[in-house]
Design a binder for this molecule. Sequence first.
Ligand SMILES: NC(=O)c1ccc[n+]([C@@H]2O[C@H](COP(=O)([O-])OP(=O)(O)OC[C@H]3O[C@@H](n4cnc5c(N)ncnc54)[C@H](OP(=O)(O)O)[C@@H]3O)[C@@H](O)[C@H]2O)c1
Length: 246
Amino acid sequence: MPTGLHVAVVGASGGIGRALLVHLLGRDAVARVYATTYSRALQRDASAGRVDESRLRTAVVDASDEHAVQMWLGGIEKLDWLINAVGLLHTDTHQPEKSIRQFDPEHFQTNMSINTLPSLLLAKHGEQLLKQSEAGVFATLSARVGSIEDNRLGGWVSYRASKAALNMALKCLAIEWQRSAKSLRVLSLHPGTTDTALSAPFQSGVPEGKLFSPEKTADLLLTQIEQAHAHPSGRFIDYAGEPIPW
Ligand SMILES: NC(=O)c1ccc[n+]([C@@H]2O[C@H](COP(=O)([O-])OP(=O)(O)OC[C@H]3O[C@@H](n4cnc5c(N)ncnc54)[C@H](OP(=O)(O)O)[C@@H]3O)[C@@H](O)[C@H]2O)c1
C-alpha cells in the first residue's frame, strides 16, 4: 500500500462513512483525511483516543449541490482516494416502494439527487486532483440491488433505478479515464447489509451472520480499495471483491 495518502470520505456522518473515516485515521499510510457531513454532525466521541484527529479536515457539503462540491474540492491540494459513502433509501415520509402504485415522482428525484448525482459532481470537480495521483481511486458505495441482471424480486424501484444509473455513470467514468488517466481506478462497491440507519427498517429478514457492523464493512471495503490497482478500472464488486453483474 502506498504511503502519505490523502483521502476524502464524502458522507462521513453516515454509518459506513464514519467507520471508513475511523479506519483511515487509524492507518499510518494515511496522511490526511478530508471528511464531509451534511445534515448531521460528525460523531467524535466514540473515536476519542483511538484516532489522530490532527490529520482530519472536516467540511459541511451538500454533495448534490455542484457549487458546494466545487468549492470544497477547490480547497484541496492533493487527493489520492475519493470515497463517496453518501446515500438514501428511505425518509421520514417515504419507504422504498413495494409496488409501482406507491411510486412518488418527488421521492424518485430525491433518490437520483442523493444516490446518483453526487458521484458525477465529485468526478467532474475531483478529476484533476485524482489524475495527479499515481495511486488514484474513485470509489462509490453502490448496492447489489442496483444490478439489473441480479434483480429477481423487483420493488424498491426508485432506489434500484438510482443505483443502476449510478453504476452506468461509474462505468462511463472508468472508460473515459482509461484513456486520459491510466493510473486512476473506478470502483462501484456493494458494502453488504450493514447495521446503519439506512438499513435499520429492513434488517429482520437478514440471515444470521449476514448483518455486518459498520466497522467490519469499512475494513472489508478498504481492503478492496487498497487492492484496486491490481485490477482493471471499472469494476462492480462486493465487500469481498466478488464481481456483481451490472
Ligand atoms: N447499510 C447498508 O446495508 C447498505 C447496503 C447497500 C448499500 N449501501 C450504501 O452504502 C452507502 C452508505 O450507507 P449507510 O448505511 O452508511 O447510510 P447512512 O448511515 O444513512 O448514511 C448516509 C450518508 O449520506 C449522507 N447524505 C445524504 N444526503 C446527502 C447530501 N445531499 N449531501 C451530502 N451527504 C448526504 C448523510 O449525511 P448526513 O447524515 O450528514 O445528512 C450520511 O452521511 C449508501 O450509498 C447506501 O446506499 C448501504
